[in-house]
Design a protein around this ligand. Structure first.
Ligand code: FAD
Ligand code: NAI
Length: 472
């Protein structure tokens, strides 16, 4: 088959499918090529969505087990893991089918199979099924949106049964007695929380001397305190050097590890080990070397500010180009890339992309951390407000955490916000808007916030920047 398109997108994740919709809205004849058999990419199939479905279910389970009694509710609680996993699958299926519907609605051709760029302006699609026909799609422009894949730990083979990646950890058939998580990043803490809530003893082994690298130091410290209180164990400054699976099926895994600074080796036994040490760009099978698309030393596709690679007519967006590996970042790049292609101008302010960790409490961040401002020599004021002093948090019995706002010492412009607390991921959005509109801390402090509301903690932190919080 030979088709002429304005745009062919390879990869149907949040970057690719959002770019497809925006391109179609702008009148571009568009096709999207996806090999996994479902749209939505990592995010909808094995990432954001199934993890958040399990986080919600396991949170309900823990609250019912440990907090209902204090509210005067008597209930006997037991776990039906099969139903919990089935519900997660259903959420994934509904949403991925929803994306397929959006393709139809926007008249985007959805081509199932593995796409290869055989020459600029040509994508060859290998059929997903045996006996299927190879398709050649002729096109003006191509967007590479092939995302990322699990970063392996050298010397440790992932079997997705006993040594699992995030994908395996989303579908464990039973709650492990002992789960060891390698990596105290976002995946480690979110999926570690899921299985701890359901009954696993969770130990997180982290190379660095702190958890959640890249987040504000206060957030990292508070999260470690809170998660430890919840029963998660941390072994920091520790390097995993190997993992051996017992010969007997289901016989567990023995991990060997040593202090990063050097010293005595030790071993740790686990029923299941989750490797969560980051993700790496995925460009396998695209044929980039043959057509000369440049990638950097870490494998990310190199692009300019218009998402154009070094080969004319070939663009790239999302996880595969690096930066924050987040679905909303990929989506925004998809929109802007399509708009630029259609002759419009576009721009993304990477400083105002929020990052959220969906544990309970949640952790959320936007803009600069205190450490970054100090390093850059920027004079700033910090306003901090604890959820213990927020009336709604007290009603809800969710008082762990704080809101911290960082503002320029001279202009009062908001430079960053860091929250640990209930619904932090939603609360941060107010500060994202404020920063996009170049607001000052005073601007946030002067806005009326509904009472009793968690967002009053944001207002109080803004007031605290000027030393005039009301409720502390
Ligand atoms: P992807 O979503 O990875 O999509 C790329 C697609 O391209 C894949 O479907 C792949 O099959 C397809 N593909 C690759 N090569 C080819 C080819 N040659 N031909 C055809 N198809 C191809 N981010 C958040 O913002 N919030 C979260 O809560 C969150 N939770 C996460 C939880 C987990 C467990 C994981 C693993 C990730 C999470 N992320 C989260 C990150 C998020 O999933 C990614 O940032 C996002 O999916 C990146 O989108 P993308 O479109 O760039 O790539
Ligand atoms: P990450 O980069 O967040 O964390 C990896 C952690 O592993 C780091 O703390 C690192 O120091 C540690 N580490 C690396 N090598 C190690 C080793 N050998 N031994 C011990 N520790 C080691 O990566 P993670 O958690 O795998 O997530 C991947 C990506 O997925 C992230 O970039 C994140 O943006 C995205 N994601 C986003 C979510 C969200 O937005 N809520 C949820 C889950 C994933």
């Amino acid at each position: 088959m030979s088709e002429a398109y304005d745009l062919v997108i390879i990869g149907g994740g949040p970057g690719g499918y959002v770019a497809a919709i925006r391109a179609a809205q702008l009148g571009l004849k568009t096709a999207i090529v996806e090999k996994r058999g479902a749209l939505g990419g990592t995010c909808l199939n094995v990432g954001c969505i199934p993890s958040k479905a399990l986080l919600q279910s396991s949170h309900h389970f823990e609250v019912a087990e440990t907090e209902f009694a204090s509210h005067g509710i008597k209930a006997s609680v037991s776990l039906d893991l099969k139903t919990m996993l089935g519900r997660k699958e259903k959420v994934v299926q509904d949403l991925t089918q929803g994306v397929e519907f959006l393709m139809k609605k926007n008249k985007v051709d959805y081509v199932i199979g593995e796409g290869q760029i055989t020459q600029p302006g040509e994508v060859t699609v290998k059929p997903a099924k045996k006996g299927g026909k190879k398709q050649i799609l002729k096109t003006q422009n191509i967007i590479i949106a092939t995302g990322s894949d699990v970063a392996p730990l050298p010397g440790v083979a992932i079997d997705e049964k006993q040594i699992v990646s995030s994908t395996g950890a989303l579908s464990l058939g039973q709650v492990p007695k002992n789960l060891v998580v390698v990596g105290a990043g976002v995946i480690g803490l979110e999926l570690g929380s899921v299985w701890r809530r359901l009954g696993a003893k969770v130990t997180v082994v982290e190379f660095l001397d702190h958890i959640l690298p890249g987040m504000d130091g206060d957030v990292s410290k508070q999260m470690k305190r809170t998660l430890s209180k919840q029963g998660m164990d941390f072994k920091l400054s520790t390097k995993v050097t190997g993992a051996k699976t017992a010969a007997k099926p289901g016989g567990g895994v023995t991990l060997t590890m040593e202090p990063v600074a050097g010293g005595k080796k030790e071993t740790l036994k686990a029923d299941v080990v989750l490797i969560a040490i980051g993700r790496r760009p995925f460009t396998g099978g695209l044929g980039l070397d043959k057509i000369g698309v440049e990638i950097d030393e870490r494998g990310f596709v190199k692009v300019d500010e218009d998402f154009q690679t070094n080969v004319e007519g070939i663009f790239a967006i999302g996880d595969v180009i690096g930066g924050a590996m987040l679905a909303h970042k990929a989506e925004d790049e998809g929109v802007v890339c399509a708009e630029i292609m259609a002759g419009q101008s576009g721009h993304i302010d990477y400083n105002t992309i929020p990052g959220i960790v969906y544990t309970w409490p949640e952790a959320a961040s936007v803009g600069k951390t205190e450490e970054q401002l100090k390093e850059a020599g920027v004079a700033f004021k910090a306003g901090k407000f604890p959820f213990t002093a927020n009336s709604r948090a007290r009603c809800n019995a969710d008082t762990d955490g704080f809101v911290k706002i960082l503002a320029d010492a001279t202009t009062d412009a908001v430079l960053g916000c860091h929250i640990v607390g209930p619904e932090a991921g939603d609360l941060i959005q107010e500060v994202v808007v404020a920063m996009e509109l170049s607001a000052s801390a005073e601007d946030i402090a002067r806005i009326c916030h509904g009472h009793p509301g968690l967002s009053e903690a944001v207002k109080e932190a803004a007031l605290a920047v000027d030393g005039r919080a009301i409720h502390i």
